[in-house]
Design a protein around this ligand. Structure first.
Ligand code: CA
Length: 229
């Protein structure tokens, strides 16, 4: 039986979701606090996680990021604000789906079923759990944090690696320097968005054949950068 974790601080909503999911044959646990929800998501085996955005102790942004750093469990993020959903998408946190509250319980059940089926197909076919990203001659081993360019290993600093990996796993999407800075550097970090430019330059020196004509990380003038596939 598929086991689902609901991390939601509004008890009435959590109970309603649980009732409907149980009626559909799922086993459901609820956590009301963000930090406790994250701990359970990481230490226990759930088939899917329904994650509210605004939560006590730790918000859904951080929880989703932490889960994705360690696991591929499908995550459906929910929020009362449409703006927040747009923000979550922009951050590329790796959530599998997004829903704006209020939604109908039957809609939730339908999406849960769809994601479980998709995830099982993925596992069933033995597809690698995203530890390795390979794009046109570049191979990134996320687990070992190593990078090869046309078979030759290149050394990257921690932030260079994080930035390259983030761009490569969100291909063909344009990110502003500001978004990249917020994604890769802590809020407390010293520095500013010029740091992003410097790191992009260093990454290009390692992966591009001709840094004047980048084939991988493109500059979108006046906007930001995009990893082209
Ligand atoms: Ca909430």
């Amino acid at each position: 039986m598929s086991k689902i974790l609901i991390v939601e601080d509004e008890e009435a909503i959590a109970d309603l979701e649980k009732d409907y999911l149980e009626l559909s044959g799922f086993e459901v646990d609820i956590e009301h606090r963000g930090d406790v929800g994250l701990k359970r998501a990481l230490t226990e085996e759930f088939n899917l996680i329904i994650l509210d955005l605004m939560l006590p102790e730790m918000d859904g942004f951080d929880i989703c990021r932490e889960i994705r750093a360690q696991k591929n469990t499908p995550v459906i993020m929910v929020s009362a604000k449409k703006d927040d959903i747009d923000k979550i998408r922009g951050l590329g946190l790796g959530a599998d789906d997004y829903m704006t509250k209020p939604f109908s319980p039957s809609e939730l059940v339908a999406r849960v079923k769809a994601h479980l089926a998709r995830y099982e197909r993925l596992i069933g076919t033995g597809v690698q759990e995203n530890d390795i990203i390979e794009i046109r001659g570049i191979k990134i081993d996320k687990t070992a944090r190593r990078v090869w360019v046309n078979g030759e290993e290149k050394n990257f600093t921690t932030k260079e690696f994080d930035l390259l990996t983030f761009l490569a796993q969100n291909p063909n999407r344009v990110f502003t320097k500001d978004e990249l800075f917020r994604e890769i550097w802590d809020m407390e970090s010293v520095g500013d968005i010029a740091t992003v430019t410097v790191h992009i330059k260093k990454i290009r020196e390692k992966i591009e054949y001709n840094t004047a004509k980048p084939q991988y990380i493109e500059t979108i003038w006046g906007v930001g950068y995009r990893f082209k596939v």
